[in-house]
Design a protein around this ligand. Structure first.
Ligand code: SF4
Length: 679
């Protein structure tokens, strides 16, 4: 790709650190970024992560040349040698074992175009073994919403959600994890009188603004949500007209809810019955009530069922298809929505076309000249479990599964079983330690292309600087791999790749790169639209149906019981760090604000174990342990402890388990029985 296709100018791009999608610019000579007015941050607001976003771009530890495994370390080599080695070794694996012996890990932190080319490469090679880390955060949300509504994305847009009279935020902490969305859209409405209900086992910055806090027992969201639905029925708060016009199955659900004992369910969920009833009334009585969901309910082996129970609440109360309503998953990375939209999932093609549908495969084949394989591939965790067996080689683009997948000690051992591993990244990450070849890729401010934010808006990434040394733009790297590993040529300019995407992906149809450049376009994008569809499911659901089903949802207990002498570990994020911390831990500014992890533990649990605030404690499950200081705080419910997943010196996923949701294959990160004792 020529430099002209990536003309570098000092202009704005999109923050890499969460799905909100704030616009940023570079402050010349300062090494810092500043917010600029954009489609989401309309007044130029940003949070501490956004302000430090350039720290990673200009970091001294950036990889600047390709590396080849040399004993226990790496030796720098030319691009020709590195790409030649990959062609040779992956080619040998494909010849010996077939294309399904290779797995591709796409990135929710890479552009739509980079992810589109990576999944095309996998499928032209002959495998659907391609997945992205949405598998680990919201695959259950997507599965449930796709099943009920026909689209697994935010039903509404951030800008109309400010019109809600009540917010139900469950399993999310937007005040810290999506700060600009919280401060610009939710908080003003709350200050204006909207009710905020917060469901979370840990009180946090979002709780500070809440009217009702339900500190649910981890793994018991279904009894809580069913009890809220039962109160809504019992107190005549059902929107009968909406239910009649837009749903099916209400009689079965009423029969099921008639059997729900609200007091018993509140007890099982570990919340006060009167608080639960207050929350149900606030949600049911509101003219417009909007639900926000996060990983607190998605990362369970019953994650899909949790979201089904939440969807019931929205449908029973008519809170779908209008401004200020809906079910709205808050996405983690800056392109976690887009990576899935463009097809880096093992069971769907670009635009959620079904790999098992011959017509969908043919539509893709008409553009590619190659029909994708018909069998769904393996999901991310399934691929890792198959390393050294069914999967012999892997390509990891901009992700860090060695730190982010559950049961981390086993994950490390599985990586060692691979015959050949390629990692494309900015740094020698924990995953790169297992690689045979490491290719130096591009940071967010060096990229040209598009990302799709949490409310389905496609936003333009613009390069502000060049990659350092011999590092290359990720789109160049994946297209080069495609041309080395297959007999096809791949489009290399971001605009050409996006145009191809609009031809094969129904949800992107009608969009244009120029239109995105002018100010963002939101999918779906019907003919004649200027900015896409702000509110889904208005008259018909995305499924094409006028109605969506109401379904009884039974409680599914967590995979592992917490014994009397154990505590239940949950994990989450803090405002200054992002996912595995591979990027944010390298920011001096952010690390000064929070440079290590701490176990949040309730004073009662700490006293029982002789633990004082600041003491080093050992946190262990049957899979592993970490040692961290204790933060003794009543903010976590008794019986529950909290750690983040950002810190390499306290790799919490050595402890977490890999029980999977049977539908979405998401791991149960949010319920791990642990012993806690002074170190
Ligand atoms: Fe970046 Fe999200 Fe903060 Fe906006 S809210 S500046 S997108 S991390």
């Amino acid at each position: 790709m020529s430099d002209a296709e990536h003309a570098v100018e000092p202009r704005e791009s999109v923050c890499p650190f969460c799905g909100v999608g704030c616009s940023l610019s570079y402050v010349a000579q300062s090494g810092k970024s500043t917010g600029v007015e954009g489609p989401i941050n309309t007044k130029g607001e940003i949070c501490p992560k956004g302000a430090a976003a350039f720290d990673v771009v200009e970091h001294d530890d950036r990889l600047t040349e390709p590396l080849l495994r040399d004993g226990d370390g790496f030796a720098p080599v030319s691009w020709e040698e590195a790409l030649g080695r990959i062609e040779d070794r992956l080619g040998t694996i494909v010849s010996a074992h077939g294309p399904d012996a290779v797995g591709f890990f796409a990135s929710s932190n890479c552009t739509n175009e980079e992810n589109y080319v990576l999944q095309k490469l996998a499928r032209v090679l002959g495998t659907n073994n391609v997945d992205n880390c949405a598998r680990l955060c919201h695959s259950s949300t997507v599965a449930a919403m796709q099943d009920r509504f026909g689209a697994g994305a935010m039903t509404n847009s951030l800008s109309d959600l400010g019109e809600a009279d009540a917010f139900l935020v469950t399993g999310a902490n937007p005040a810290e994890q999506h700060p600009v969305a919280f401060r610009s859209y939710l908080l003003p409405a709350v200050r204006d009188g909207a009710t905020l209900i917060h469901i979370d086992p840990r009180a946090n910055d979002t709780t500070d603004a809440a009217d009702v806090h339900l500190p649910v027992r981890p793994g018991h969201d279904i009894p809580l949500l069913n009890a809220m639905a039962a109160v809504i029925v019992e107190e005549g708060l059902v929107d009968e007209g909406f239910v009649d016009r837009r749903t099916t199955g209400v009689e079965d659900l009423r029969t099921f809810l008639d059997e729900v004992d609200v007091a018993e369910n509140a007890d099982l969920a570990g919340v006060d019955e009167s608080d639960l009833r207050e929350a149900a009334r606030a949600y049911g009585e509101a003219d417009r009530a909007a639900a926000f969901t996060g990983m607190g309910i998605s990362q369970h082996r019953c994650g899909t069922q949790n979201v089904h129970a939440l969807v019931n609440l929205a449908l029973l109360t008519g809170n779908v298809g209008r401004r200020g309503t809906g079910v709205n998953p808050l996405r983690g990375q800056n392109n976690v929505q887009g990576a899935s939209d463009v097809g880096t999932l093992p069971s769907v093609l670009p635009g959620y076309r079904d790999v098992t549908d011959p017509e969908d495969r043919q539509a893709i084949a008409d553009e590619w000249g190659v029909e994708p394989p018909a069998e769904p591939g393996l999901t991310e965790v399934e691929m890792t479990h198959a390393f050294g067996d069914e999967i012999r080689g892997a390509v990891v683009l901009g992700e860090n599964p060695a730190l982010t997948e559950p049961d981390g000690n086993s994950v490390g051992a599985k990586f060692e079983e691979l015959d050949f591993l390629v990692v494309i990244d900015l740094f020698e990450t924990e995953t790169a330690q297992y690689a045979d070849v490491v290719l130096p890729g591009s940071a967010w401010a060096e990229k040209s292309g598009t990302v799709t934010n949490t409310d389905r808006q496609v936003l333009r990434m613009r390069p502000m600087t060049d990659p350092p040394g011999e590092a290359r733009r990720d789109l160049n790297i994946v297209t080069a791999l495609g041309e080395r590993l297959t007999d096809r040529s791949f489009r290399t300019a971001p605009e050409a790749v996006f145009d191809e995407l609009t031809r094969v992906s129904p949800i992107h149809g009608g969009m244009s790169y120029a239109g995105v450049e002018e100010g963002g376009q939101r999918w779906p994008f019907p003919a004649g639209a200027d900015s896409g569809t702000q509110i889904l499911h208005r008259d018909r659901f995305a499924s094409g149906e006028r109605t969506a089903p109401l379904v009884p949802v039974e409680h599914v207990p967590p995979a592992e019981d917490t014994a009397d002498d154990e505590l239940t570990l949950i994990t989450g994020r803090i405002i200054t760090h992002f996912n595995s911390g591979a990027l944010t831990r390298r920011s001096e500014t952010l690390s000064r604000m929070a440079d290590q992890d701490a176990l949040r533990i309730h004073p009662d649990a700490a006293a029982e174990r002789g633990i004082d605030d600041g003491d080093e404690v050992r946190v262990a499950s049957e899979r592993g342990e970490v040692t961290v200081p204790a933060d003794v705080t009543p903010a976590v419910r008794p019986g529950t402890v909290f750690l983040t997943f950002h810190f390499e010196d306290a790799p919490v996923n050595r402890i977490t388990g890999d029980a999977l949701d049977p539908t979405a294959k998401i791991p149960e990160y949010k319920h791990t029985p642990v012993s806690v004792e002074p170190a």
